[in-house]
Design a protein around this ligand. Structure first.
Ligand SMILES: [Fe+2]
Length: 386
């Protein structure tokens, strides 16, 4: 006789959530043997050596990363993911942006930190692209970043970045989950059906690139491995018993400059307290979105492409690999052809009209001049405008 299982409930019931569920998922040990590309397990978190990633079978490695983020600890560290010189060049540009922000008196608001405890650069991807296009192109050509973005989100994704510098004395964040449902008002969460709670984390990848060494006293991200597995977890992260549990069980992985951390946005996490006397902890926080979702920040992709295109041509002329160029283009241009104006931008002979990424890749392949690319961008934007 076939056993018939009751279908999972289509709606989440807040009163059914209890701490025992969080305990039962979080209190387990990560078995390194299940992750053959990983170098080690630190406090239940998988650590990959950046140098090991390049030579691996890409699909197999990406499959392992997907498993790690889905059913595994939910968080991975790539050591040495970014070269120190590339990080330092970007840090220099970020410091200049922060100084300009301070001079203009426009202290960036923050949804987590108290004013003065930290310095934020919102929309840091666009600001870096416009301020220092060569530095930007070199940074986002990074293949460790592309490897995990492709694994979690597919080939075309939308990079957004926010720089956070937490000064000595900066307080810890409250534990939370991230975008999308992490930013929905608590009273509305149960109006989203259970399958949307399962969908939300697949639409975003969270990351952080360490721009300074981050010993534990400087407050690297607090993480609760496996907590992404609590299906109703978006409902629970404000509950005192969950916050207490997080306080007693989170881990913090010290990072070196150039290391990167990536996690499932449903993982319970929060920035740590900076109890050091002198470390200005700088991280470039990456929020990378699926093309099928809406990113949190609005970016002027056309302005970014215009600024960065000469740097991309220079990289090509210098013999940088096609993969690196593709990574930089995908991070810069809009990779998705929709929404568009189908009266003017009809897909003829294909399912979709070309995206801005397609346009830029074609321009690079055909060695289009910046002026010619400018015309092509303007024409494409005109076709897409309602
Ligand atoms: Fe967060």
């Amino acid at each position: 006789m076939t056993e018939v299982h009751a279908p999972a409930s289509p709606w989440l019931d807040e009163s059914a959530l209890d701490l025992a569920e969080l305990r039962s998922v979080a209190e387990r040990d990560t078995d390194l043997r299940r992750y053959p590309h990983a170098a080690e397990v630190r406090d239940n978190v998988l650590v990959y050596r950046g140098a090991d990633l390049a030579g691996a079978d890409r699909r197999r490695l990406q499959g392992e990363l997907i498993a790690a983020l889905t059913d595994g600890p939910g968080v991975v560290v790539f050591t040495g993911a970014f070269e120190a010189a590339v990080v330092d060049a970007a840090s220099g540009a970020f410091d200049a942006l922060i100084a300009a922000q301070r001079r203009s008196g426009a202290a960036a608001g923050d949804h987590f930190g108290a004013a003065g405890a930290n310095d934020r650069i919102w929309n840091a991807a666009q600001k870096l692209a416009l301020q220092a296009p060569e530095v930007y192109a070199d940074y986002y050509a990074n293949d460790a970043l592309a490897l995990i973005c492709q694994a979690w989100l597919g080939p075309r994704y939308q990079v957004t970045a926010q720089v956070n510098v937490v000064n000595p004395g900066g307080a810890a964040q409250v534990p939370h989950r991230d975008y999308h449902l992490g930013f929905v008002a608590p009273g509305q969460l149960t109006d989203y059906p259970a399958h949307v709670h399962r969908l939300s984390p697949t639409l975003t990848l969270q990351g952080a690139v360490a721009h300074t060494d981050m010993p534990v006293q400087s407050g690297p991200t607090m993480l609760l491995p496996y907590s992404q597995l609590v299906e109703g977890g978006y409902l629970a992260f404000n509950r005192p018993d969950f916050i207490d549990y997080f306080a007693g069980h989170h881990v913090q992985i010290p990072l070196d400059k150039g290391d990167a951390l990536f996690f499932n946005p449903a993982l319970y996490h929060g920035a740590g307290a900076n109890t050091s006397a002198e470390i200005r902890r700088m991280a470039n926080l990456l929020q990378v979105s699926s093309p099928f979702g809406r990113a949190m920040e609005a970016l002027d992709h056309t302005a970014m492409v215009r600024a960065v295109y000469p740097a991309l041509r220079a990289m090509k002329a210098a013999g940088r690999s096609p993969a690196e160029l593709l990574n930089a283009v995908v991070a810069t241009a809009d990779g998705y052809p929709f929404p568009t104006n189908l009266d003017h931008d009809q897909p003829i002979g294909s399912l979709a009209p070309p995206s801005q990424v397609d346009l830029v890749l074609g321009a690079l392949a055909n060695d289009l001049s910046p002026d010619a690319l400018d015309v092509a961008l303007r024409d494409q934007n005109e076709r897409r405008t309602p």
